[in-house]
Design a binder for this molecule. Structure first.
Ligand code: ZN
Length: 219
């Protein structure tokens, strides 16, 4: 009986003959130089394969995946990926993608005691607080609450991303990189856009919003 490792090696032989060889020109082009158009921040979950779900070929996305698609302030790993992606590869679009039935999200909701996982998931505490508030207001059941928590986590990680000095300084000068928030449904393979960043490239550079209190005092 073939082990999973044998299956992977056999799968690669099929990839070389069935995908690489017929598209040799494309693969030789990206072998010479990668020019990915998207920086992907997703969950490590084995069911969430960014290139497959979007029908993309290798070379399309520069990828960072971790438990629960988190953007950590003190994570030199993601910082290095971001710097290389947006500064050197000049990627203009970043996608933060959560997914349904995420074990990390369930662990945030239920609490977890393993040391490293617990510490890591602490970074999503703000999302849990928001989900707690919404669940109470709307009287949500567990499944509905997990859906809200998944969405709030994507929004929170986008906030973290925008607060990193590298991105903040770029946004201070213009609109790039555009940042998108997606949800992947493992039940049917579809993507739901939670935060649509497509308009960011067409907008004018951000200015500080008018100070409402000051304006009121003048009238
Ligand atoms: Zn996950």
């Amino acid at each position: 009986m073939a082990s999973v490792i044998d299956e992977l090696i056999a799968g690669n032989e099929q990839f070389v003959s069935g995908e690489f060889a017929p598209n040799e020109h494309y693969y030789h082009t990206i072998a010479a130089k990668q020019t990915p158009k998207v920086l992907w921040i997703g969950c490590s979950d084995s069911r969430v394969s960014e290139h497959q779900m979007t029908g993309s070929k290798p070379g399309t996305m520069f990828v960072h995946r971790n438990v629960a698609n988190i953007v950590a302030f003190n994570d030199v790993n993601i910082s290095a990926i971001l710097e290389y992606g947006v500064v050197h590869l000049k990627i203009e679009d970043i996608i933060v993608c959560g997914h349904t039935r995420c074990g990390g999200i369930a662990a945030i909701e239920d609490g977890v005691h393993e040391n490293y996982i617990a510490d890591w998931l602490c970074i999503a505490t703000g999302a849990k607080e928001a989900a707690n508030r919404i669940a109470k207001e709307r009287k949500l059941n567990r499944e509905q609450k997990l859906a809200v928590l998944t969405e709030e986590n994507v929004k929170l990680q986008i906030k973290h991303l925008k607060n990193l000095a590298l991105i903040r300084n770029m946004h201070a000068k213009g609109t790039l990189p555009r940042i998108h928030g997606w949800l992947y449904r493992v039940e049917d393979g579809s993507i739901q856009v939670l935060v649509d960043g497509r308009d960011q490239g067409r907008a004018t550079p951000r200015k500080a919003p008018p100070r409402k209190k000051a304006a009121r005092r003048r009238t």
